[in-house]
Design a protein around this ligand. Structure first.
Ligand code: GTP
Ligand code: MG
Length: 302
């Protein structure tokens, strides 16, 4: 007891000093009140640089034109050379919601009239072995998925860029990747049902390179993809049946990895509406800077 009483005495004095109004105490108090929130703000924003902004993900097979599109929207010209991407890359863009701005060039200007909204556009590699980067961003359930570009709850849309000029030869690959993207989004929407539903994520299939004469129009891109996605779905469910999963489990497991309306014969993009996923197929050309419709879609999602 005798050893603790001087300490208690000190404590009492210190408390008395703090609780008695005086200039130094008030100054220090005010400093804490004003500086701590600022420090906390910088601490949080430094740790998660992308959390605060909504983002749009670019996905699609290699050579489709994702990086070219990103460069065009960022700099306003398509001349820049691109090479195969190896890592995800994000840029910050501004969308102005104003009827007067009819092209993406006007709308993307910082000083354009109307309201401005900043967002990130995230480019991902399309090479078969690097697609995990894009699929990770679709973050499992849309809540806990802290992806490299921040909270996956901030994901607003996916632009699936493909080369419409070579689609006839690359259809199987393009559809397989699209299948993975749509299934990831479907699972994300499904997992939100029990608690807070994640925001709806829409998909734009951007049929690029319409400047080339071999390019398929958007309507054909849509029907070819739908047919191929239906075939993939069919062969996947067969594979599951053959894999020897017990007949009891097969019901739920098959239902979980079935894209679109369960048991339907033909796949259509409209079936994705059940999961709050709207799929649009719109043609355009990055090299001719014919991307205004894609830009409008982006502005509508932000
Ligand atoms: N003719 C034509 N060529 C285009 C168009 N858009 C892009 N390209 C060309 O297509 C090639 C591939 O474009 P990228 O933007 O690198 O493709 P990517 O989707 O980023 O490919 P990865 O990074 O490998 O996934 C480049 O040589 C572009 O110049 C277009 O609208 N028309
Ligand atoms: Mg690229």
């Amino acid at each position: 007891m005798s050893s603790s009483s001087p300490i208690l005495e000190h404590l009492k004095q210190a408390l008395e000093y703090i609780l008695t109004p005086s200039a130094p105490v008030i100054t220090i108090g005010l400093l804490i009140v004003f500086i701590v929130p600022v420090l906390v703000h910088f601490f949080i924003t430094r740790q998660t640089p992308y959390t605060s902004l909504p983002y749009i993900l670019l996905a699609g097979p290699a050579g489709g034109g994702k990086t070219s599109l990103l460069t065009l929207l960022e700099r306003g010209d398509a001349a820049a050379e691109t090479h195969t991407s190896q890592t995800p890359h994000a840029v910050e863009l501004t969308a102005s919601q104003d009827a007067g701005a009819s092209t993406f060039r006007e709308a993307a200007r910082e000083d354009a009239p109307g309201s401005h909204k900043k967002f990130h556009l995230v480019d991902t590699p399309g090479h078969g072995k690097l697609r995990g980067a894009a699929l990770d961003q679709l973050g499992g359930d849309g809540k806990t998925g802290k992806s490299q570009f921040g909270d996956s709850a901030m994901l607003r849309g996916v632009i699936y860029v493909l080369d419409a000029a070579t689609l006839e030869d690359t259809l199987a690959d393009a559809a397989t990747y699209l299948y993975q993207v749509l299934l990831a989004l479907q699972k994300r929407a499904g997992s939100g049902r029990t608690s807070r539903a994640p925001n709806a994520v829409h998909v734009l299939v951007a049929a690029n390179k319409l400047d080339l004469f071999t390019a398929l129009p958007a309507s054909l891109v849509r029907s070819n993809l739908e047919a191929e996605l239906g075939r993939i779905r069919q062969s996947r469910s067969k594979g599951l049946l053959d894999s020897g999963v017990g007949t009891d489990d097969i019901g739920s497991e098959e239902q979980d990895s079935w894209l679109g309306e369960y048991g339907s014969e033909k796949f259509t993009f409209a079936q994705m509406r059940e999961f709050d996923i709207e799929v649009d197929v719109i043609g355009g050309s990055v090299s001719e800077a014919n991307v205004d419709k894609w830009w409008d879609w982006i502005v509508g999602r932000i």
